[in-house]
Design a protein around this ligand. Sequence first.
Ligand SMILES: [Zn+2]
Ligand SMILES: [Zn+2]
Length: 136
Amino acid sequence: MRILELFEQSDTRHMSAEDVYKRLQTDGLDVGLATVYRVLTQFEQAGLLERHHFETGKAVFELNQGDHHDHLVCIQCGHVEEFYDPEIERRQASVARERGFSIHDHSLQIYADCIRESCPRKPIIKENAENPLTQQ
Ligand SMILES: [Zn+2]
Ligand SMILES: [Zn+2]
């Protein structure tokens, strides 16, 4: 239950098992990583959490609130942002329809470099931004 509360109260909606484990440690709860992983998997099977396998290497979990959204994922630091774009949704449906498909479900992940201060890749992006080739 403490783990579900973590997801409800955290401003980070997407967390890996390690993230959850670290937060529990910070709160003084001595729970092993294997236990955290098992509980997350149980919540996923019960439909309370959704698991994503982004290309950042580790699975991340979020509360399953039944709302559809897509994701922007930073390939440097793993930061995840959600978005919903009605135009993209409509286009996907018509692309499928034109090709003779009827969509059950879809997931769209955009892999990118985030430009947050805390991102380890940020200085390199800044450097690129000063490249005269990109200043036309
Ligand atoms: Zn999400
Ligand atoms: Zn980043």
